[in-house]
Design a protein around this ligand. Structure first.
Ligand SMILES: CCCCCc1ccc(-c2ccc(S(=O)(=O)CCO)cc2)cc1[C@H]1C[C@H]1c1ccccn1
Length: 239
């Protein structure tokens, strides 16, 4: 089959986001702004023509689920509204491949800013991780804004369109049980790095945006990871 027109961009951004996620938070001016158990959230304060676009990087360790399971639930349109509390409406407007969809999401309005929507492709892939001695694969979902002439910005002037790049990078670690016993969920741990840069698209007060980010991101990651743990607990492990 001929390649989809977006494929070169999808491949390039996915590779670039994986590399970016794996950079430590030691350099580059990251400041820790939220902590909750194993979850640590960092941000950089950045503006783009007067608009707050603070990059975010969250690191988390979740026991009892695999990276494949984390990415499966993050990618899946069928369950998105189960864990995403800031989305009012979600539509898959194009299926590029089984592992690549285009979403249109209308987000709930955050007073006093105007309502936002986001149009982005979402791609999930498994990346063999050679340089990891216990050789566990890495699973990644990358979401990146895209245009679609059927869904122009500010549909009937209602929403301001944000631009975003998000990646969820998950690595599974297995603590092999004694004498070849079957691996159970007690033997697996998932190391997560979540990165996001959201440009609000139209002006919104810096103080409002930074307060929203500070409140919404920790809530979002906690809720999502709790959802995956709950969904997986009685199911066979998806390695
Ligand atoms: C005045 C507010 C302007 C920006 C509003 C806005 C829109 C989309 C998004 C966003 C869009 C996608 C993703 S995701 O990770 O791909 C999952 C799929 O939904 C994540 C976050 C964020 C925000 C910013 C509020 C901030 C915020 C942060 C976490 C949750 C909700 N809101």
């Amino acid at each position: 089959a001929t390649q989809h027109r977006l494929w070169p961009e999808i491949d390039r951004i996915s590779v670039e986001q994986l590399r970016y996620a794996r950079l430590g938070v030691g350099e580059g001016g990251w400041q820790l702004f939220a902590e909750d158990g194993e979850m640590k959230m960092y941000k950089r304060e950045e503006e783009s023509n007067g608009m707050v676009v603070d990059p975010l990087k969250a690191c988390h360790v979740v026991r009892g689920v695999t990276g494949h399971e984390m990415c499966h639930y993050f990618f899946s349109p069928d369950v998105r509204m189960e864990w995403e509390t800031t989305v009012e409406q979600m539509t898959v407007i194009e299926k590029i491949a089984d592992d690549t969809l285009v979403f249109l999401q209308v987000h709930k309005r955050i007073w006093p800013a105007s309502q936002r929507d986001a149009l982005f492709w979402s791609h999930m892939r498994q990346v063999p991780d050679h340089n990891d001695r216990d050789g566990h694969d890495i699973w990644i979902v990358c979401n990146h804004s895209t245009d679609n002439s059927d869904f122009p910005q500010s549909n009937n002037g209602k929403c301001v369109r944000v631009t975003l790049t998000v990646c969820l990078v998950c690595q599974t670690f297995i603590d092999p049980p004694k004498d070849g016993a079957k691996i159970t969920r007690d033997d697996i741990t998932c190391k997560i790095t979540y990165c996001s840069v959201v440009n609000p698209g139209g002006w919104a007060p810096a103080s409002v945006l930074r307060a929203v980010y500070k409140r919404e991101y920790p809530k979002f990651l906690k809720r999502f990871t709790a959802y995956v743990i709950d969904q997986c607990k009685d199911k066979p492990i998806m390695f």
